[in-house]
Ligand binder design. Structure first.
Ligand code: ADP
Length: 928
C-alpha cells in the first residue's frame, strides 16, 4: 500500500496502515525494528480520542472557562471576513517570525479579478544576530529601514501605502491593528517588546525613519495569512493550516461563541494554537520513548507536546533519535554511529523529506547518510526510508486528527449536518514533504466523513493573505462608511419627528376647516364608540387591501364570527367598476348559500377602506382609489349605490346596506367595545390610515356644534403637498415612481406593508451598485419588483434582541375580532361614551434571544432569493431592514402623537389617557 490517503482504516483498535508496509522489508529486519516502528503506529480509535479531546479543549477555551486551564488558547484575531475576490489595490506586507531569522517585505497587487494574479515583488533581509537579541527599538528600526530600502527600489507610486504586518509570535490581539506580544520564540529575544503593542512599535519606527507615510492597517499571524490568501474557489475557505517549523490552525468561528469578544454578530477568525495541546489521556498512548527523549532535550521541556510530534523543527530530530537508537543496537550501519548522528539538530526536515520521497533514488539517501558521517549498506537505505515514513506518517495523521476537531467544531458552531469547506494549507512541511498532504487528507476523510473538504495550497507563503486582510479591512471600513451614508437619511432625530408631528397637526386643522390640505379629514357620521349593549346578527363586507372578506357576525353577550376570504384578481381590481361590484355580490351570494342564509335580509355593513367623502352613514363617495385598486367609473360615485346597483343586477339576492365605514373606524369601534377609552383607530397593513373622535364644532361641513364625530384622516396622503419632501429619500422616490399612483400617498409609501419591502429592495440595489453588497454583482432576482416582501423584515427582525420603546401613557390595542357591527349597532344609539377605563394593555412582542439568529434568517431568505451573500452582507441587509422599519414606526408614531395632542387640547386637559385601536398585519406581525 503506497499511500495512506487511500488506505482503508480498519475498524476498532487495529493500527492504521503505514506506507512502509508496502515496501520490501530489509532482510535483517529484526523484532527490534518492528518494535521501534510499531511505536509510531496510531490506531483510528487513538486518533478519534485526540480529535474528541482537542474539540473539548477548544470548546472549553471558547467558553472562556479558565479552570482547568484549556490545552489550547483559541485566540480571536479580529479578522471577521474572508475575501470577496473583488479586493484590489497595492499593499505592502512585512513578515516577521514566519521564516526564522529573516524579515521579508512584499509588494502585493490584488487585481480584483478572479484567477488573475500578479506575482508579488519581495525581498528578504537577514536579521543580524545582534538585532535579534538587542533592544526592541533596534529591531523595529531595522524593519523600517528594510521597508524603505525595498520601497526605494519599487517603480510604483507610493502614495497612501497600506501595510499588513505578519507577526508570527504568540500575541494577545485586541483589535485588527492592535496586538501585544506575549513572549518571544524562535530565537528572538529583543528587550522591551514583550507586553507591548507591536503595531505601535512598528508605526513609531516608520515615523522615526520618516521616509514613507505608511498606514499599518492590520496585524496577523501566518495561519490567518494562509487562510486569507487562498484562491477563491466554489466553496468558502474558512480554515488555515500551517505546518512549518511548528504547527497551528485558524478557522472562522461564530463570534457569539467566543466568550471573550462579547460580540453577537458575524464571524471571527480564531487561532487555535494547537501546538500546545497536551492532554495526557489522549496523547499519552501515542507518545513514544523517542518523543519523551526529544522533549527532555528540548529548550522547553513539557511544553508544546503536540507540536513536537508534528512540526518540521522536530521531525528530523525524531528520525535522528530512532536512527541513533537502531545504530546503537546494531541494526543499522553495521552498529556504527557518527558524531553528527549523535548531535542534536543534525537531521533537518529537508533531509527527511528528501529521503522519504519515493522518487529519491537510493543514491541520494546514501549521500545524505554519508554527509552525516555514516557508512550505510544497501539494506540500511531502505530501513532509513521506513523510519522517515513512519515518523512523517504519524505527524500527518495527528495533524489530521486536530484538523478533524476543527471541522467538527465548525459543524457544531453552525449546527450543520454536513459541511462543505476549503482548507488552505501552508508551511514547508505541507509544501515540500511529498506525502504529508495526501496522508493528511485521507485521514481527515476517515475521521470527519460528514465533511466535504478540499485542500488548497497557500499562495506566496501567506504574503498574499496578509495583503488580503489589509484589503478586506480597508474595504470593510469603506463599505461601512457607504452603508452609513446610505442609511443616514432613514435615521430620524427628535427634531425631525417633532417637525412631522407639527406639520401633521397643521394639516389636520386645515383639513377639518375644509381648506386645502393633504389630509382630507373626512367625517364618518360615527358619533360614538360602543358601550357593550349592542346585539344582533349582521353581515359584513371588508374590501380594502389584500383580501376581500364576507363575514357573518353574531353579537350576543359575546361575539361570534364566521367568515370567508375571496380573492379579487388584479384584472378585476383594475378593470371596470361594474365588474368589481358584480364580483363582490357573487361572493356574497356564495357565502350566504354556504351559511344557509339565502333569502334572509340581514343588516349589512361595508368596510370600505379607500378615501370616501361620506354624506351619511350609508353614503360614501369614493374620492380616489389607493393600494393597487384602480377600477374604472367608481371615483366620484357613491360606493353604497354601486353595491346596491350590482345587487339589483343580480336580482337573486336581497341585501340591506346599513353602513359604510372605513377600516380605521371599524378598528376603533371594535377596540372600543373592549376599552371605552379607545378613541383612535390606526391601520398599518397594506396601507396606513388613522381616525379619531373629533369635536363636532371643529368639523366644517357637518351641521351641529355639540358632540363628537369620528374623522377618517386619510393620513396615507399626508405629504402629498410636498411637506414630507425633506424626509423623502431617493429610494422613496423610486418606489413612488414605480407605483400605480406616483406622487400620491407619500406618507403611506414610507410606512406601510405594500412598500417597506420595496424600499429595502431599492436600497439593496443601490448598495450592490456601490459594490458594498453581494460582491457588487447585480442579479436579475433583485431587480424584480416586490421580490423582497415586507414580511421578510419581520422574519429578519423577529430574531433581534428587543429594543422596547419607553412606557406609554395609554394603550395600543390590537383588534381581536371584526369591527363594523359596532358601527351599525351604535348608529341607533345616542349615548355618550362611558367613563374612561384605566387599565393599560401591554404591547406584546415575541423576541428571540440573539442577533445571530437574525443573521441566519437573513441568510436563509437571501439564499432562497438566490442572492450570493457573504456573512458581511447578511449583517448589512439586517441593518437596512432595521433602518427602514424603524423609520416607518417612528413616522407613524409622530402621526399618532399629533392626533393625541389634538384630542388633549380639544378637551383642555393637562393629561389625556387614551387608547389606540390598531389593526394591520404589519403592526401585528412586525416584532419591533
Ligand atoms: P390589508 O391592510 O390589506 O387589509 P393586512 O392588514 O393583512 O391587510 O396587511 C397586509 C400587508 O401586511 C401586506 O401587504 C404585507 O405587506 C404585510 N405583511 C404580511 N405579512 C407580514 C409580516 N409577517 N410582517 C409584516 N408585514 C406583513
Amino acid at each position: 500500500m503506497d499511500s495512506i490517503g487511500s488506505a482503508g482504516l480498519r475498524q476498532g483498535e487495529e493500527a492504521l496502515s503505514h506506507p512502509e508496509e508496502g515496501l520490501p522489508r530489509p532482510s535483517d529486519s529484526s523484532e527490534l525494528v518492528q518494535e521501534c516502528l510499531q511505536q509510531f503506529k496510531v490506531t483510528r480509535a487513538q486518533l478519534q480520542q485526540i480529535q474528541a479531546s482537542l474539540l473539548g479543549s477548544m470548546e472549553q477555551a471558547l467558553r472562556g472557562q479558565a479552570s482547568p486551564a484549556p490545552a489550547v488558547r483559541m485566540l480571536p484575531t479580529y479578522v471577521g471576513s474572508t475575501p470577496h475576490g473583488t479586493e484590489q489595490g497595492d499593499f505592502v506586507v512585512l513578515e516577521l517570525g514566519a521564516t526564522g531569522a529573516s524579515l521579508r517585505v512584499l509588494w502585493v497587487t490584488l487585481t480584483g479579478i478572479e484567477g488573475h494574479r500578479v506575482e508579488p515583488r519581495s525581498q528578504e533581509f537577514v536579521i543580524p544576530q545582534a538585532v535579534m537579541l538587542g533592544a526592541g527599538q533596534q529591531l523595529f528600526d531595522f524593519a523600517a529601514h528594510c521597508l524603505s530600502e525595498f520601497l526605494d527600489a519599487q517603480p510604483m507610486s507610493k502614495q497612501g501605502l497600506q501595510l499588513g504586518f505578519s507577526f508570527s509570535f504568540p500575541c494577545h490581539q485586541t483589535g485588527l491593528d492592535r496586538s501585544t506580544l506575549i513572549s518571544w520564540t524562535k530565537g528572538f529575544r529583543c528587550s522591551g517588546v514583550e507586553g507591548q503593542d507591536v503595531v505601535q512599535l512598528l508605526r513609531d519606527a516608520i515615523q522615526r525613519h520618516g521616509a514613507y507615510n505608511i498606514d499599518v492597517v492590520a496585524v496577523v499571524n501566518d495561519t490567518v495569512g494562509t487562510m486569507m490568501g487562498c484562491e477563491l474557489g466554489a466553496r468558502p475557505c474558512e480554515v488555515g493550516l500551517v505546518v512549518d517549523t511548528g504547527t497551528n490552525a485558524c478557522y472562522m468561528e461564530e463570534a457569539r461563541h467566543v466568550a471573550v469578544l462579547d460580540e453577537d454578530r458575524g464571524r471571527v477568525c480564531v487561532s487555535v494554537e494547537w501546538g500546545s495541546f497536551s492532554d495526557a489521556g489522549a496523547l499519552g498512548p501515542v507518545l513514544t520513548t523517542f518523543d519523551h527523549t526529544l522533549d527532555h532535550e528540548s529548550l522547553n521541556p513539557g511544553a508544546q507536546r503536540f507540536e513536537k510530534m508534528i512540526g518540521g523543527l522536530y521531525l528530523g530530530e525524531l528520525v535522528r533519535l530512532v536512527l541513533a537508537h537502531l545504530a546503537r543496537r546494531g541494526v543499522l550501519f553495521g552498529g556504527g554511529t557518527s558524531p553528527a548522528l549523535l548531535s542534536r539538530g543534525s537531521i533537518l526536515l529537508e533531509h527527511v523529506a528528501e529521503m522519504e520521497d519515493p522518487s529519491a533514488g537510493a543514491a541520494r539517501v546514501h549521500a545524505i547518510l554519508q554527509d552525516l558521517g555514516l557508512s550505510p549498506g544497501a539494506s540500511d537505505v531502505e530501513l532509513v526510508q521506513h523510519v522517515c515514513a513512519a515518523v512523517c506518517t504519524r505527524a500527518a495523521q495527528l495533524c489530521a486528527a486536530a484538523l478533524a476537531a476543527v471541522l467538527s467544531r465548525l459543524q457544531h458552531g453552525r449546527e450543520q449536518q454536513t459541511l462543505q469547506v476549503a482548507v488552505a494549507t501552508g508551511g514547508r512541511v505541507c509544501e515540500r514533504h511529498p506525502r504529508f498532504c495526501s496522508i493528511l487528507q485521507g485521514t481527515v476523510m476517515l475521521l470527519a466523513p460528514e465533511c466535504d473538504v478540499s485542500f488548497i495550497p497557500s499562495v506566496d507563503g501567506g504574503g498574499r493573505g496578509v495583503a488580503m486582510v489589509t484589503a478586506v479591512a480597508a474595504r470593510l471600513a469603506a463599505h461601512r462608511r457607504l452603508l452609513e451614508e446610505t442609511l443616514a437619511p432613514f435615521r430620524l432625530n427628535h427634531d425631525q419627528l417633532a417637525a412631522v408631528q407639527a406639520q401633521m397637526r397643521k394639516a389636520m386643522v386645515k383639513g377639518l376647516r375644509g381648506e386645502a390640505s393633504s389630509l382630507r379629514m373626512l367625517p364618518t357620521f360615527v358619533r360614538a364608540t360602543p358601550d357593550g349593549s349592542e346585539r344582533g346578527d349582521f353581515l359584513a363586507l371588508d374590501l380594502g387591501g389584500t383580501n376581500f372578506r364576507v363575514l357573518l357576525v353574531r353579537v350576543t353577550t359575546g361575539v361570534q364570527i364566521t367568515s370567508q376570504i375571496y380573492s379579487i384578481p388584479e384584472s378585476v381590481a383594475q378593470g371596470s367598476g361594474k365588474q368589481l361590484f358584480d364580483h363582490i355580490v357573487d361572493c356574497i351570494m356564495d357565502f350566504q348559500q354556504k351559511q344557509g342564509l339565502s333569502g334572509q335580509s340581514l343588516p349589512l355593513g361595508f368596510t370600505f377602506s379607500f378615501p370616501c367623502r361620506q354624506l351619511g352613514l350609508d353614503q360614501g363617495i369614493l374620492l380616489n382609489w389607493t393600494k393597487g385598486f384602480n377600477a374604472s367609473d367608481c371615483e366620484g360615485q357613491d360606493v353604497v349605490n354601486l353595491l346596491r346597483e350590482a345587487i339589483t343586477r343580480r336580482q337573486a339576492v336581497e341585501l340591506n346596506v346599513v353602513a359604510i365605514v372605513n377600516d380605521t373606524v371599524g378598528t376603533m369601534m371594535s377596540c372600543g367595545y373592549e376599552d371605552p377609552r379607545c378613541e383612535i383607530g390606526l391601520i398599518v397593513g397594506t396601507g396606513t390610515n388613522a381616525c379619531y373622535m373629533e369635536e363636532l364644532r371643529n368639523v366644517a361641513g357637518v351641521p351641529g356644534d355639540s358632540g363628537r364625530m369620528c374623522i377618517n384622516m386619510e393620513w396615507g396622503a399626508f405629504g402629498d403637498d410636498g411637506s414630507l419632501a425633506m424626509l423623502s429619500t431617493c429610494f422613496d422616490a423610486s418606489v413612488d415612481q414605480a407605483s400605480i399612483n406616483p406622487g400620491k400617498q407619500r406618507f403611506e409609501k414610507m410606512i406601510s406593508g405594500m412598500y417597506l419591502g420595496e424600499i429595502v429592495r431599492h436600497i439593496l440595489l443601490h448598495l450592490t451598485s456601490l459594490g458594498v453588497l453581494f460582491r457588487g454583482q447585480q442579479t436579475q432576482r433583485l431587480q424584480t419588483r416586490d421580490i423582497f416582501k415586507t414580511k421578510f423584515l419581520s422574519e429578519i427582525e423577529r430574531c433581534l434582541r428587543p429594543t422596547l420603546p419607553p412606557p406609554l401613557q395609554g394603550a395600543f390595542l390590537s383588534t381581536v375580532g371584526d369591527c363594523w357591527p359596532w358601527v351599525v349597532a351604535r348608529s341607533a344609539l345616542e349615548d355618550e361614551v362611558g367613563e374612561a377605563m384605566t387599565h393599560l394593555f401591554a404591547l406584546s412582542s415575541s423576541l428571540a434571544p440573539s442577533d445571530s439568529l437574525a443573521l441566519r434568517q437573513v441568510r436563509a431568505i437571501l439564499e432562497d432569493l438566490g442572492l450570493p451573500l457573504t456573512s458581511d452582507d447578511a449583517l448589512m441587509v439586517l441593518e437596512v431592514c432595521q433602518a427602514v422599519s424603524q423609520r416607518a414606526a417612528q413616522l407613524c408614531g409622530a402621526g399618532v402623537a399629533a392626533v393625541v395632542e389634538k384630542i388633549r387640547e380639544n378637551r383642555g386637559l393637562e393629561k389625556l389617557a387614551v387608547s389606540v385601536g390598531v389593526d394591520g398585519t404589519l403592526y401585528k406581525l412586525h416584532p419591533q
